[in-house]
Design a protein around this ligand. Structure first.
Ligand code: COA
Length: 172
C-alpha cells in the first residue's frame, strides 16, 4: 500500500478563517506534510494580495511544524505534482458546496489521475462561515472574534481602515 505523505490544501484564503484553520490542524495530523496553497482565483476581487495572504497564513500556522504555506499560479494539479503531493484536501461545509467541489475534483482527476481529492467535513461551528462573510462583518464594524484566528484580526481591521471593535458590539 502506498503511504500518502504530502497533501495540499488549496484556497484563496482571503483571509484564512477559523473554519480553514480547523481543516488545516486536522489535515496536518493525517499527513507527514501539509502544504497550504494560496491561489490567486481571478474570478474574485481579493482584499489581500497573495503575498499578504501567505504572510498571514504563515503567522497563523507557525505552531504547526509540518505545515508549509506556498503561493501558486496555474493549475492546482500541476502545483501538486511539482510539490510531490499525492492528495488534495478540500473542506465541505454544506450540501451546497458539493456540486461545485465534485466538479472540481472530477476535473482535477481527469487532468491528473494520480492525485486524489479527499473531503473533510468542516466542524459544525464553522459551517456557516466564509471569508466574504468575515470581511463584511469587519467592514461594517462588527467583531470577528472567534471567526478568524486571533492573528488575523489586526490585519483585517487595518486593511479595512476600521477601528478594532470592542467585544460588546456583537450580540449573542
Ligand atoms: N471554513 C470556512 N470557510 C470555508 C471553508 C471552511 N472550512 N472552506 C471553504 N470556505 C469558504 C472560503 O472562505 C471561500 O469563501 P469566499 O467565497 O467568501 O472567499 C469559499 O468557501 C470557497 O472556498 P474554496 O472552495 O476553497 O474556493 P476558493 O475560491 O477559495 O479556491 C481554488 C478555489 C483556488 C482551490 C480553485 O479555484 C483552484 O484550484 N484554482 C487553481 C486553478 C485550477 O487548477 N483550476 C482547475 C480546477 S477544476
Amino acid at each position: 500500500m502506498t503511504q500518502c505523505r504530502i497533501a495540499i490544501y488549496p484556497g484563496s484564503f482571503d483571509p484564512v478563517t477559523s473554519g480553514h484553520y480547523d481543516i488545516i490542524v486536522r489535515a496536518s495530523r493525517l499527513f507527514e506534510k501539509l502544504i497550504v496553497a494560496v491561489a490567486p482565483n481571478p474570478s474574485k476581487q481579493p482584499l489581500f494580495t497573495a503575498e499578504e495572504r501567505v504572510a498571514i497564513l504563515q503567522e497563523v500556522c507557525a505552531s504547526l511544524p509540518n505545515v508549509q504555506v506556498e503561493c501558486f499560479e496555474g493549475l492546482l494539479v500541476d502545483f501538486a505534482v511539482k510539490c510531490g503531493a499525492q492528495v488534495i484536501v478540500k473542506g465541505l461545509r454544506a450540501v451546497s458546496d458539493f456540486d461545485y467541489e465534485l466538479q472540481m475534483a472530477l476535473t482535477n482527476k481527469r487532468l491528473c489521475p494520480q492525485v486524489e481529492t479527499i473531503f473533510m467535513m468542516t466542524s459544525s461551528e464553522y459551517v456557516f462561515l466564509s471569508s466574504s462573510m468575515v470581511k463584511e462583518i469587519a467592514r461594517l464594524g462588527g467583531s470577528v472574534q472567534g471567526l478568524v484566528p486571533k492573528a488575523v484580526e489586526p490585519y483585517l481591521y487595518r486593511k479595512l481602515e476600521q477601528p478594532v471593535p470592542n467585544k460588546e458590539t456583537n450580540r449573542g
